[in-house]
Design a protein. Sequence first.
Length: 227
Amino acid sequence: MRVLLIDTALSLCTAAVFEGETALAVRSEPMFKGHQERLAGFVRDVMAEAGTGFDGLDRIGVTTGPGSFTGLRVGLAFAQGFGAALGRPVVGISTLDALAASIAPDARAPGAVAALIDARRGQVYARLWCDGVAAGPAEALSLAAAAARIAALAPDITLVGSGAPLLSDAVPGAVVVDLPGPAPEALARLVVAADPRRAPPEPQYLRAPDATPPTRLPGQPRVQARS
């Protein structure tokens, strides 16, 4: 199965083409903003390097978050547009699931895994696994709540993702794997294995956006506060 992968959820902009779990071409660069300007060029480059036409793709995979609101919209809109134009299924993969799948076997503790994304404001986006089985859904947790949840899960645990260093002191003995985003190889495995009917490309937002809508339309007068 030949797949095009897109990941713009966190601090990377990644496009890749895989044949099953074999990388044909990968382009990934650290990027906190500007995904919209770079993504199309990355896709063009990896398709050319892979030596395949767009009609040779079997499906498209994209990360669905949690992550940056803007980054998620860019990646999801791009993937859905390509899927519609090519008539190919678009598979959505949780960023937390992809991070957990990115840990190399020799870099993890036996037992539990906590995928953690720094959500700012004293929070992390988190999902926990024990012996490969999810211990619950993805959640936005305070650092204290996340530390308590992790400590209760298992004595040996691997923390992965940008939120892992935030909890390393609170979880003594944990193995910490600080990744800026999912590994393309892990994302490819999940996309190939997924059932498109059960993995829609829909954004996963675990809290409201930091920005607030305007209180008045352009040109409207300001409402004077009553004394």
